[in-house]
Ligand binder design. Structure first.
Ligand SMILES: [Zn+2]
Length: 164
């Protein structure tokens, strides 16, 4: 179980770093680059939520009702995945912290591993399966998109694009 827990931790650490990079999630800077899972995954989740909100505001400003409905569905699905993973509770609830995975029996570890697999799925395009990214990768964010082009979520509000 220890090995399985360590493997999941390492995998999530790698995936979370990739997500924070792609989504441009704010993380406290470390000159040594030694980021821990607890610093990365909650930041990625929080930032994804912010991106959903920003996208909804943008769609609202363009009066794109269908897009708003679509985004709301995406948002609530993601919220359920985040909740099931309990990653956002790591700081306040030691019992669900990733360091406690070592003490779980197999029966209890399996749903934890599944919850995180599902959570990572919430950061991907349902078509190509790639992690989403914020474009461009510097300066004002314009969209959340994937590699295949199917997922392309606008982040720019009407007033911004008119420069007012
Ligand atoms: Zn795609």
């Amino acid at each position: 179980m220890r090995a399985a827990a360590a493997l999941l931790r390492h995998y999530l650490e790698y995936a979370s770093a990739e997500l924070c990079h792609r989504l441009r999630a704010p993380v406290e800077f470390r000159g040594d680059g030694q980021y821990q899972l607890g610093e990365l995954l909650p930041a990625a989740i929080t930032h994804m939520r912010k991106l959903h909100m920003r996208a909804k505001e943008a769609a609202n400003s363009w009066n794109q009702k269908e897009v708003i409905v679509h985004l709301a569905a995406r948002e609530s699905k993601f919220a359920l995945l985040a909740e099931a993973s309990k990653a956002e509770q790591w700081q306040v609830n030691a019992a669900v912290h990733f360091n406690s995975w070592d003490n779980l029996v197999k029966r209890d570890f399996e749903p934890v591993a599944k919850a995180f697999r599902d959570l990572l799925g919430g950061f991907t395009c349902s078509d190509c399966g790639e992690y989403l990214r914020v474009s461009p990768d510097r300066e004002t964010p314009e969209s959340v998109r994937c590699e295949c082009g199917k997922t392309n979520i606008n982040l720019r509000k009407r007033s911004e694009s008119l420069g007012s």
